[in-house]
Design a protein around this ligand. Sequence first.
Ligand code: SF4
Length: 481
Amino acid sequence: MTSATAFPLPRRARLLPMLTAAHRERGYLDRPTVEAIARELRIPAAEAWEAATSQHEFAFDPRTAGRACSGVACAIQSGWREPTLPAGCLFSCYAPPASGDERPFPPEMVRRAGPLLAPWEGGWVGLERARALGPAAALEALASSGLRGRGGAYFPTVAKWQAALRHGAPVALVLNGEEGEPGVFKDRALLCLRPERVVEGLAIAMEVLRPAVTVAFINGSADPAAEAFERALAASPVAGQVLVYRGAGGYVLGEETALLNAIEGRRAVPRPRPPLPVDAGLFGMPTIVNNVETFAAVSTIFRQGAAAFRSLGTAEAPGTRILSLSGRVARPGVYEAPLGTPLAAVLEEAGAPPLERTALLCGGPSGGFLPAAMAGLPILPGRYHPTGAMLGAGGIVVLEAPGDIRRAALTMAAFNAEQSCGKCTPCREGAPLLFEQLSAGETADTEELAEVVQAASLCGLGQMAAGPIRSALAFWPGAFR
Ligand code: SF4
């Protein structure tokens, strides 16, 4: 955690930064270290330990420090092995096989740039426009752009901001740069290469929302992205007004209430809804959580105008979307395309194999597989197919079908089992069982189990964990016999 804020942070909010610092120093955490931190913060040691162990990327034994990537793109590059637990991803799917610490996102991996990935033009023109408009008119300008959040749910951004403001109480603002979905690396690309655009979008949101506290939460492994963001922040008009948090979270931090718990120094698990974060979120305040790409879009809207933003994309889904493409493509990397562009157009640009031999994993562990015969579908929010495939955060892994399908489905099932936070039984017990059934090729009861896990899980991780399995079984049943 760096920088200061006017908001008097509870002492406990220092827990994650202190755990992270201790982990960085030693490479792992042990019980005496966690207990010493708990004493300093005057919180029960058991609660500090609970919070520490809920962070997936922390090691608690020097022998297990360091991670290997078992994501799909790396597994393909290394020659498929049978997927097993533990599972994980190092988020460098554009340059497999990944190993060691993250490196700065390579500029040459920006394969197609639009307004978000274009070089930064300099100055803080968008922020100055927002200031000149004032909060109410700036909100109207944002509303007229039709921007929807780019985290994966595509909720109208201005509706989220207004929902928090209607309480008339101090609000909290959170930039979600956790990016923990295997196959997605577009936030890292933005933060490494265009950090000023993200900072300006955040600064505009601060201007409009006047938050009591602003937090930028950046994936604990994404050091180059966090360093570039902090440099841009330090040179910006909002220097010193944003708390930068680094964690060791995991996929479940994509559920924004888990992210809020992590910031508060609690166990990083989702909270029941209601209340929604916009009603009672960080430290009980109405809270707006937006993704890195959403803030970059806010910057372009105020710099270039809502009409320019709307000139790309569709009426219902304006603007562009950054896709992360990896797997069996000649040119992996990030592709910024107007929403509504056919998937096939981007695949062709990326050098995917002939469509008759290709399958797509769309939406990662919460999404599903799609035969390339459906690649004519447009890039739009929502499901591509009811079995699971969706645009989500824009991750697409290109595969050969049917050769890759079984092991790719197992890889996703293993990841979901590994990342389940354990809070609710259907997900905690069901996700590993789905993996076991698939591994053993005993899929007679899989659909029934998938239904239970989907219906009875608290958050999206459990509710959508069966997507890759369901879609693989639906389109390629022979791959599991
Ligand atoms: S569905 Fe899974 S990840 Fe979500 S709260 Fe329940 S156990 Fe945790």
